[in-house]
Design a protein. Structure first.
Length: 527
C-alpha cells in the first residue's frame, strides 16, 4: 500500500495503525491448558474429592450415628445364601443425600453413582442397580420413615427447636396417578352396561361368522379373529366390575361408620340426666336402630388403612341405603388417592400436613392422608406434636382452613394458645361481639378481634415466614411436587422421608453456620 515512486504511504504524517496492531498482538489473551486426553489420578482419599464440609460427608457422618438396627434385622432375617447385599448404611446414605438434593427416582440415583461426585463418594465405588435401590426403599420404607424422629432429635439437641410458636399447614401434593383414570359411580354403571352389550355383540358376531365360514370353507377354516377383541372387552369389564365393587364396599363402610357415630351420640344423650326421660328413651331407640343398620351394612368395623396419628380418611359419599352417590369416584391407578382442588384446578392428590417450629423452620410433626379439608387434621397433628416433642408448644398458628369451635377448645385444653384466621368477616361476628349469637359465633368473633391488631396480629404475621417457606423449599427448590409411591401406606412413608431430609438440610446448614460440625457426634449420641 505504498505510493508511486516508492514513497511510503503517510510519509511525513503521524499514523497509529501499525502501533495499534502491535499493541493488540501483544495484549492477546492466552488460555489455560486444556488436555482432555491427559491421564491423571484422583486424590488417593475420597475425603479429598469434595470440599471440606460438603453435604455428602455430613450425611455419612449422620448415618453413622443413626440407629439402623431395624433395617439390619430385616436384612439378617433373610436366607444368608446368595449374593451379598449392599451395606444398609451406604444405601441409606444414598437415599438421604439424593432426597436432600432433589433426586427421587431410583434410576437417577443409580446413574449418579457413575457421574455425580458426591454420590460416587457415598457409594465408595459401588454401583447398585436402580432396581436394587428401589427394592431397598420398598423393603425398608417403614424403618426409613421412622428415622424422622431420630433426625428431629439431633435438631433438638443442637438447640434448633424452641417450641415457642409452631405453625400448621397442609398442601395438596399430586398422587402418582392421573385424574383421567378416575371414574364416577354413575359412569361405571353406564360403562358396565356398554361393555356387557359389546361383549354380547361380539359373541353373536363370532357365532354368525363361524356359521357362514363353515358353510363356505368347511368347519374350522379361515375363521375371523374375534376372540382377541372379545378378550380385551371382557378384561376391561372385569376391571370395571372390580372397581365398582370396591367403591360400593367403601361406601357401605363409610355409611356404617357414620351410623355408628350417630348411635354413639344418641347413647350419650340417653345417659344425660339433664335430658327428659321420654327423650332419653327415644334416643335409646334411635341408637339401637342406627346400630342395627350399621351391622347390616358392615358387620365389622372398617379395617382399612390405619395411621398412627389417626389422621382423617376420606369417606366415599353415599346414599342412606349405603350405595355410592352417582358422583362418587374411584381412581384405577391409585384407588386411595382423591381428586382435590389445588390452585383452582382439580388434581389427583394427597393432603400432606406439617407442623413447623418458628425458630429454624424445623418440621416437628408430619402426616399425610386423602381427606381434602384441613380442619380435621388439627387435633391429630397437635397430638403428634405432643408425642414427638414431649411438651406442648406455647402457641399454634394456622390459616382459616383449620378454624372450628372444636379446634379452638382442643388447643386451649392442651395449654396451647391458638392463633387461627377466621376468614372474611360475617354479620354474625358483629352480633357476637355485642353478646348475642351462639357460642361458636362468639368464639369466632373473639378470634377475629384477637388477630385484628396488637400482639395477635404481630404473632399471626410470623406464620408466613415459618410454614409457608417450608413447602416452597420442598416443592420448588427440591422439586418434590408428586409422590412416586402409590397407596396411602407407602405415600405416608415417602412423605415422612421427605420431611426428614428437609430437617437434615436445616441441620447441616445450622451446624455449618455455627461452626459446630465437631459437636454433632457428641450431640447426636445424646451427650
Amino acid at each position: 500500500m505504498g505510493r508511486q515512486g516508492g514513497e511510503p504511504e503517510g510519509a511525513g504524517e503521524f499514523t497509529s495503525e501499525p502501533i495499534c496492531a502491535s499493541v493488540v498482538a501483544m495484549a492477546q489473551k492466552s488460555y489455560r491448558e486444556w488436555l482432555p486426553d491427559q491421564p491423571y489420578l484422583l486424590p488417593p482419599s475420597p475425603s479429598e474429592w469434595l470440599p471440606t464440609g460438603h453435604l455428602a460427608y455430613f450425611v455419612m457422618d449422620v448415618v453413622g450415628q443413626l440407629d439402623l438396627s431395624k433395617i439390619e434385622e430385616e436384612i439378617q432375617s433373610k436366607d444368608p445364601r446368595g449374593e451379598k447385599p449392599y451395606s444398609p448404611q451406604m444405601m441409606t446414605a444414598l437415599l438421604l443425600y439424593s432426597y436432600s438434593t432433589g433426586r427421587f427416582s431410583s434410576r437417577r440415583i443409580a446413574r449418579g453413582t457413575y457421574d455425580d461426585v458426591p454420590l460416587r463418594v457415598i457409594a465408595a465405588g459401588e454401583h447398585p442397580h436402580f432396581t436394587t435401590i428401589n427394592q431397598f426403599r420398598l423393603d425398608h420404607w417403614d424403618s426409613l420413615a421412622a428415622l424422622f424422629e431420630q433426625v428431629y432429635g439431633m435438631c433438638l439437641r443442637v438447640g434448633m427447636v424452641r417450641l415457642g410458636e409452631v405453625s400448621l399447614d397442609g398442601a395438596k401434593i399430586k398422587a402418582n396417578a392421573s385424574k383421567h383414570k378416575a371414574m364416577s359411580y354413575q359412569r361405571m354403571g353406564e360403562e358396565e352396561r356398554r361393555l356387557r352389550a359389546e361383549v354380547q355383540a361380539l359373541l353373536q358376531r363370532g357365532k354368525d361368522i363361524d356359521e357362514q365360514e363353515d358353510a363356505l370353507y368347511g368347519e374350522g377354516e379361515d375363521r375371523e379373529d374375534v376372540p382377541k377383541e372379545l378378550a380385551r372387552r371382557e378384561q376391561r369389564l372385569q376391571k370395571l366390575q372390580a372397581a365398582k365393587a370396591e367403591l360400593e364396599k367403601e361406601a357401605a363402610v363409610a355409611r356404617a361408620e357414620g351410623l355408628r357415630e350417630l348411635a354413639a351420640g344418641q347413647r350419650a344423650r340417653a345417659k344425660d340426666e339433664e335430658v327428659r326421660q321420654d327423650e332419653r328413651k327415644r334416643a335409646e331407640g334411635r341408637a339401637k336402630k342406627h346400630e342395627e343398620q350399621a351391622e347390616a351394612l358392615c358387620p365389622e368395623p372398617d379395617e382399612g388403612p390405619k395411621d398412627q396419628l389417626q389422621l382423617p380418611l376420606n369417606r366415599v359419599p353415599c346414599e342412606p341405603e349405603g350405595l355410592p352417590k352417582p358422583k362418587a369416584q374411584r381412581n384405577f391407578t391409585d384407588p386411595e388417592s382423591r381428586i382435590m382442588v389445588k390452585d383452582g384446578a382439580f388434581v389427583q392428590s394427597y393432603n400432606g400436613q406439617i407442623v413447623v417450629d418458628g425458630e429454624n423452620q424445623i418440621i416437628v410433626a408430619q402426616g399425610v392422608s386423602n381427606q381434602a379439608p384441613d380442619a380435621e387434621y388439627l387435633v391429630p397433628m397437635v397430638e403428634r406434636t405432643l408425642e414427638v416433642c414431649k411438651e406442648a408448644p406455647g402457641a399454634l398458628l394456622s390459616d382459616t382452613g383449620y378454624f372450628s369451635e372444636q379446634n379452638i377448645e382442643a388447643l386451649l385444653a392442651a395449654g396451647i394458645e391458638p392463633f387461627i384466621a377466621v376468614g372474611r368477616e360475617k354479620k354474625a361476628d358483629t352480633a357476637a361481639t355485642t353478646g348475642e349469637g351462639t357460642a361458636a359465633q362468639k368464639i369466632r368473633a373473639e378470634m377475629a378481634e384477637k388477630l385484628k391488631e396488637g400482639r395477635g396480629k404481630e404473632v399471626y404475621a410470623r406464620r408466613k415466614g415459618t410454614v409457608e417457606p417450608v413447602f416452597g423449599q420442598i416443592e420448588e427448590v427440591r422439586g418434590f411436587r408428586r409422590f412416586s409411591q402409590r397407596g396411602l401406606a407407602k405415600v405416608r412413608n415417602e412423605w415422612a422421608f421427605v420431611c426428614l431430609t428437609h430437617n437434615l438440610i436445616k441441620l447441616f446448614r445450622y451446624t455449618t453456620a455455627q461452626g459446630s460440625m465437631g459437636r454433632l457426634s457428641f450431640v447426636a449420641r445424646g451427650g
